[in-house]
Write a protein that binds this ligand. Structure first.
Ligand code: HEC
Length: 202
């Protein structure tokens, strides 16, 4: 009886996931390789752009650098999207987000959980995760690249007791519900999500 019930639950969950479009099994190796290639290029481009600006800004102090992250991150992301063209959209998201605008949607939560599961099971962090998603009748592939906390990130995402008090005050003012603190080096921080329209794969 128990077994039948479990099977029913498993089938139910699988059905639910399929109806949401979280399905990677129906992808040809060629398609997967193409998604990987576009996803890697896009996420690396965003990382390079953000990191470059961040390092420049940090030279003028962390208070100045916060402005880069809070005011420019979105513009820089749009700029990268324009350069990539083909309707590709990029977002940074996390369970522990700083800006509520970066909060994960249901698909993104599924991707974040996938990486967290691997970490919990002490498996190596997977390099990426792919989803097939239908939005407004159009098919998109989502490529997720995991982000880890590096020493440079700790200035603004590290332990509160080690944080510059002025920086803390500024962060609290900008983000009263900030969840993105108390990280340690090497922690899983979140993902870069690259959304690729099916047409862009041709
Ligand atoms: C100078 C301070 C500062 C540094 C250094 C910094 N961040 Fe952030 N980070 C921010 C701010 C401010 C935001 C909110 C941006 C916004 O409003 O969209 C943010 C947002 C993010 C987000 C988007 C999700 C969220 O929490 O809203 C990610 C992911 C992220 N940071 C990762 C990193 C990583 C990885 C590093 C190190 C390579 C890093 N950050 C270094 C200040 C910083």
């Amino acid at each position: 009886m128990k077994k039948i019930l479990l099977t029913a639950v498993a089938v139910g969950i699988t059905g639910f996931l399929y109806s949401c479009g979280v399905k990677t099994a129906d992808m040809s190796p060629e398609k997967k390789a193409k998604i990987e290639e576009i996803g890697e290029t896009a996420s690396k481009k965003l990382l390079k752009t953000l990191k470059g600006e961040l390092i420049e800004a940090l030279k003028r102090g962390p208070l100045h650098a916060i402005d880069v992250c809070s005011k420019k991150a979105i513009d820089l992301t749009k700029q990268v999207e324009q350069e990539l063209n083909r309707g590709i959209k990029i977002k940074r998201t996390s369970f522990k987000y700083r800006n509520p605008k970066n909060a994960p949607d249901e698909y993104e939560k599924d991707a974040l959980a996938y990486f967290e599961k691997a970490i919990k099971e002490k498996k190596p962090l997977p390099k990426f995760y792919i989803q097939k998603v239908k939005e407004n009748g159009k098919t998109y592939y989502r490529y997720y690249k995991p982000l880890k906390v590096m020493p440079v990130c700790l200035t603004c995402h590290g332990k509160l007791q080690n944080m510059d008090p002025k920086l803390q005050t500024k962060l609290l003012k900008l983000y009263p519900q900030d969840k993105a603190v108390n990280y340690e080096e090497g922690d899983f921080r979140g993902v870069i999500r690259v959304s690729i329209p099916e047409d862009a794969l041709k």
